[in-house]
Design a protein around this ligand. Structure first.
Ligand code: KG4
Ligand code: ZN
Length: 344
């Protein structure tokens, strides 16, 4: 008689920046994904690390409790705890890491460290019970675009990832947020640019395409170009931004997306890879999603666009990465420490 296999429940914890999140995965299927956002940073125009750490301290216990409750399990059902080790803000990472270590010790279950950027990529493997979903096949390319990173990653297996190109200065999300700040929008401004762009004409204003080597990106020159463009126009007409908000947003969004796709297309051709994915907070952008889909049709690619809740920071992606590490028996000890800079 065969013995029934034991269900595997992984709790994921994410606290690398300004979202406190907890999620539960059962045998690879997501049961809950709870995100507590920190609105406090909006008025400061960016994430204030000290405030982020304090808010994580306040949010972590209720967030984990709700994630367990929504999953319909008790903490005693957990098989392992996965947490974001880095990259991210040190104070913020310390909260999630310390919490995960304590809970794993108290429950005497394995502790699993997760690289946040691997998590964004592996978010593509999150599945729901009963869902008929097609996952990317290895090897695939993933354009990971977030507030802190812009990477072109060749994914040969779950934990065999190679960064083929990245930004030399600002990340794509940072470019969105900095340009939004110039326009007077609150942080994070990326989603607002996306919203206004829908009403605008993307050919209204033109910006020059940054020239960078191979598969690398650069957005800081574009930001300076944009700052000068706004300043010059405001000198002539103080109402310039107010009167042309939608066209400005559509035009700047369009150039950022053109820059992102130019290198992605080049790399896909060079590698002969046709499974193409996007990940990270900026992959929530509506034009980016639509253009990847259109590009896929034109180039014969299979394209993979994550659900909105798995684009921006979330613990579901940490839990699924933790699940695959659990299957491989990749655990860490209580001496583990977070790392603000952690490479894939
Ligand atoms: O992945 P994420 O939640 O956090 C980091 O790991 O950085 O990404 C946050 C970034 C922010 O820069 C935010 O402005 C951007 O993602 N973002 C967007 C959109 N939604 C979020 N940028 C453009 N359009 C959006 N719809
Ligand atoms: Zn992220």
């Amino acid at each position: 008689m065969s013995t029934p296999t034991k269900d595997i429940y992984i709790l994921g914890i994410e606290s690398s920046c300004d979202d406190t999140s907890a999620a539960v995965i059962k045998n690879g299927k997501i049961l809950s994904n709870v995100i507590a956002r920190q609105d406090i940073h909006a008025k400061y125009g960016g994430v204030v690390p000290e405030l982020a750490s304090r808010a994580h301290q306040q949010h972590i216990i209720p967030t984990v409790s709700v994630a367990l409750e929504q999953a319909g399990i008790s903490k005693h059902d957990l098989s392992g705890i996965a947490f974001t080790r880095g990259p991210g803000l040190m104070g913020a990472l310390l909260v999630g890491t310390s919490f995960a270590k304590s809970l794993a010790m108290a429950l005497d279950i394995p502790l699993i460290e997760v690289n946040h950027m691997q998590g964004h990529v592996l978010a593509h493997f999150i599945e729901k019970e009963g869902e008929d979903k097609v996952n990317p096949s290895f090897p695939f390319l993933c354009l990971t675009v977030s507030g802190g990173h812009t990477q072109l990653v060749k994914v040969s297996d779950y934990f065999d990832m190679e960064v083929m190109g990245e930004t030399m200065d600002d990340a794509a999300g940072e470019a969105f947020d900095k340009m939004a700040k110039i326009l007077g929008f609150p942080y994070p401004g990326g989603p607002l640019i996306d919203r206004y762009a829908k009403e605008g004409d993307k050919t209204a204003f033109t910006f020059s395409h940054p020239q960078t080597k191979e598969y690398t990106y650069s957005f800081s020159g574009l930001k300076t170009q944009f700052m000068n463009f706004i300043r010059n126009n405001e000198q002539k007409n103080a109402q310039f931004v107010e009167q042309h908000k939608a066209d400005i947003c559509a035009s700047i969004q369009d150039i950022i997306i053109k820059v992102l796709f130019a290198k992605l297309k080049k790399l896909a051709e060079a590698e002969g890879i046709k499974d193409i994915a996007i990940a990270g907070g900026v992959s929530a952008n509506s034009q980016l999603r639509q253009e990847l889909f259109d590009l896929g049709v034109k180039k014969g690619w299979r394209t993979f666009i994550p659900n909105f809740e798995y684009c921006t920071d979330n613990a579901g992606m940490i839990a699924i990465t933790g699940y695959h590490k659990y299957l491989r028996g990749e655990f860490v000890g209580q001496d583990i420490t977070p790392m603000a800079r952690l490479k894939i």
